[in-house]
Structures are given as C-alpha cells and as structure tokens.
Design a protein around this ligand. Structure first.
Ligand SMILES: [Ca+2]
Ligand SMILES: [Ca+2]
Ligand SMILES: [Ca+2]
Ligand SMILES: [Zn+2]
Length: 427
C-alpha cells in the first residue's frame, strides 16, 4: 500500500514541477495511478500483451462523429468554430500521417510509420457558459472536479450518445493560471493492454476533456501556441487513449525491459523506453536496450510526453490497435445514418452545427472541385433549397431560417460527379 502511495505522490510532485515549465501533460496515467491507489495491485495486473490486430485491418475509412462541448466561463474560452475546424483538420492529417511535419521523423522509424483509416468530422458543437472558473484535475479527488464539465447539474454539459459519438469537452483546465494537466481520456472497457476498471466510471463520462488553450491546428493556431509545444497535438494523444493506446514508456515509473516493475505498452513496434520524455525532443537518447533490433527512444510518437513540436507519428501497430478498438469495441462510434461512410469524399466534408437552429456551415475545403451543387430536401424528397457555389468559398454558409423543425438531407454534388448526402436536424 505504502509503495503505491509513494508512486502516486511522486507522480504528483513531478506534475507540480513540470507544470512550471508548461509541459505536455495528460491525465490518463494518473487515472491509472489513482485506480491503483484505490485498488492496490491493479496497476501491476495491467496486461502486457502482444498486439494481435496487425496493421491495416480496415479496407475502408471509418469516420468518427465528434461532439464538441465548449464549456466556457470567459469569452476567450468560447473558442470560435475556426479553432474547432482547424483541430479536426489536424486530427485527420495526423491519423492519416499526412501532417506537414512527418518529414521530421527520423529515417530509422520511417518504415514503422502508420497511416490509419480513422477520420473525424464535427457532428455538433454545444456551447455552454458555466460559472465554474476552472475544471482543473488537481482539485478534489481524482477527476471529480474535471468530470463536472460532463454534468449539466455541476456547471457542465451532458454527453451526447457516448456510445455513438466521441464527446470532447473543451474547458479551462488550468489551476491558478498554470497547466497542471492538459487533457485526459478513458480507454474503452475491454481494451487490450488495459486492466479492468480503466474505463470511464460511467458511460456518461466517456470521451476526452481538453484544455481550451490547446485546441486548433496549422489553420488556426491554439491560443496557447508557444515555443514549447502547444500545437493541437494533445487531442491526438488523448484520442489515442480513447482508442485504447497506452503511453509508449508503459507508465512503469522508469523501468526498462527485464527490470523490476517493467510494463510494456503492448505494441511491439514502439521501442521500449524507461520513462516519459520531459516535454523536449531528445533524439539522441536510447534509454532501454532491446534484445533484437535496438532502436533509440521514439520521441516522435504521439503517445510520449515529448514536445508537441516533436510529435508526428503513430506506428503501424498503434494504428492497428486503434482500428481494432474501433472495429471490435467502440463499434457504435460511427458517422450517423445518412452519411455514406464508404464514400471517400464524405470524410473530407463536415456540416456543422448539427443539429442547428438557423445556420449551417459546409466545410468542403479538402475536396478538389470547381463547382458544387447543394440541394437540401426534406424526408419526403421535397427540395427546400438549392444553390451552386465555387470552390473559392469555404466554409459555405447557408441559412436554415424558415425551415420547419425536423430532419433534412443535404446533397452535395461535386462537378456533376461525386455526390454525397448528409443528414441534418433543424431544431
Ligand atoms: Ca512497445
Ligand atoms: Ca518503461
Ligand atoms: Ca532502445
Ligand atoms: Zn496520456
């Protein structure tokens, strides 16, 4: 018991000292430590299993609908849609390994870089002004204070269909102006490499909580954008957890293979590492010697605590593990009915907010076309609105004023070729 308590305290001291240098911190390992403190020995039972899913189990793209809950106290925290769009773009680039900084990956890891078939689109944006000035995770017990952001009765916003959508709560996680924790996520129940009980305490808490300071991407830099590393990469890391990935150093407090207390991340193509990187980009370090094919520590990996400027890659087997989770565990998390998942064009388009009351935006920026015909029809096929726009307009803004409440279908026809239909709800 004392040993585990010591581990927990040590971790908190580390958090406190790292906070001063504003490092990339995620809470998921802390959650494991907390569970361990509550149930001594649980952490030790974390399985070390070899990845069994292989690379690229998917032939088609799967698109995850994202519900952004912007829970703000000040107007600064009420991030504009441009930040959310930029973040979604960055997610899609990073999960496809098409992000602009992939070239920074060292040659020795190039053959291990994975490109997933997982994409993201905004399903809806919920904005709620709270009287809570911070949801920092160091106040109170465990994540109780942070998880208040997920409860309408506690100054937060309730999850929307967490079995079907990825809920992401954006809020102030700072404490006294410092970032002690940037985000956290729960793996799903039954995820390989995680012990029982690591999942969210209830389905209503499933999803990701992330600091408003690190939402954005190249098209709209996060507010906290600075030299040390906010780049919108924290959400890539947290969604890695949501899809079952562990930290590459195994959350074992600094052990290497063969040493007492060693834990593996369960992914064979991420090199063994003793401990987390300290928010830097040390491409020289090789903390653990692997018996065969020894490699340096992979600081470019999203599941390290290296600087965001350093991170640019998931490995092939990490991709395989995430696709395994989306296809076998989080099987309900898919684009809603009305969206053609297999359509290669569909993944590059987002329509938001959805549901809407008076306006929709169509973001088709990533599709190459000259002219786009837009037709909005109701459920019995009556055309309520149609227009044609050129590719120079993005996002496309359409008013739904005058639409009676209900379900509509938005058909998008690009240059008289690819056509997709997406469902929207006017409320
Ligand atoms: Ca590994
Ligand atoms: Ca380790
Ligand atoms: Ca090594
Ligand atoms: Zn993490």
């Amino acid at each position: 018991m004392k040993k585990f308590l010591l581990i927990s305290l040590t971790h908190f001291f580390a958090l406190a000292s790292i906070a001063q240098t504003q490092t990339h911190i995620c809470g998921s390992a802390d959650y494991l430590n907390e569970l361990d403190a509550k149930h001594p020995g649980l952490k030790a039972r974390v399985e070390s299993i070899t990845d069994h899913s292989g690379y690229r189990t998917r032939s088609g793209t799967v698109t995850i609908p994202v519900v952004f809950h912007v829970v703000y106290n000040t107007s600064t925290e009420n991030l504009a849609n441009s930040y959310l769009n930029a973040q979604i773009d960055l997610l899609n680039q990073c999960f496809a390994h098409e992000n602009s900084d992939t070239g920074n990956l060292r040659a020795v890891f190039k053959s291990r870089a994975g490109s997933s078939k997982i994409r993201f689109m905004i399903d809806q944006v919920i904005r709620y002004q709270t009287t809570n000035t911070s949801f920092d995770a160091t106040t109170g017990s465990g994540f109780d204070n942070s998880n208040m952001v997920k409860q309408s009765g506690s100054g937060g916003s309730d999850a929307v269909s967490p079995d079907k959508k990825l809920n992401i709560w954006i809020c102030d996680l700072t404490k006294d102006g410092s970032d002690v924790l940037i985000g956290y996520a729960y793996p799903p129940a039954g995820a390989p490499n995680w012990s029982a009980g690591s999942e969210a305490p209830s389905p209503a808490f499933d999803g990701v909580v992330i600091d408003y300071l690190d939402i954005g991407g190249p098209a709209k830099q996060p507010i906290g954008y600075g030299s040390w590393g906010f780049r919108g990469k924290s959400l890539v890391h947290e969604i890695g957890h949501y899809l079952g990935l562990r930290h590459i150093w195994g959350d074992d407090g600094g052990a290497c293979n063969g040493e007492p207390g060693y834990k593996d991340d369960g992914i064979t193509d991420t090199p063994v590492a003793d401990d987390k990187s300290n928010s830097n980009c040390d491409k020289v370090k090789n903390t653990c010697i692997e018996i065969t094919g020894d490699l340096p520590d992979m600081v470019e990996n999203y599941m390290d605590y290296s600087a965001a400027t350093c991170q640019n890659t998931f490995t092939k087997l990490q991709v395989g593990a995430m696709e395994y989770v989306i296809d076998n565990i989080r099987t309900g998390v898919r684009v809603p009915v009305g969206i053609t998942e297999t359509n290669e064009v569909a993944k590059d388009i987002s329509i938001y907010p959805n549901p809407t009351s008076d306006i929709i935006y169509i973001d088709a920026e990533r599709v190459e076309y000259a002219n786009l015909k837009i037709i909005i029809s109701n459920t019995i096929g009556q055309i309520k609105y149609q227009t044609e726009v050129s590719s120079s307009i993005s996002p496309i803004e359409l008013s739904t004023n005058g639409f009676t409440k209900g379900i509509y279908f938005v058909s998008l026809q690009f240059d008289n070729q690819a056509a997709i239909t997406k469902k929207i709800v006017v409320q």
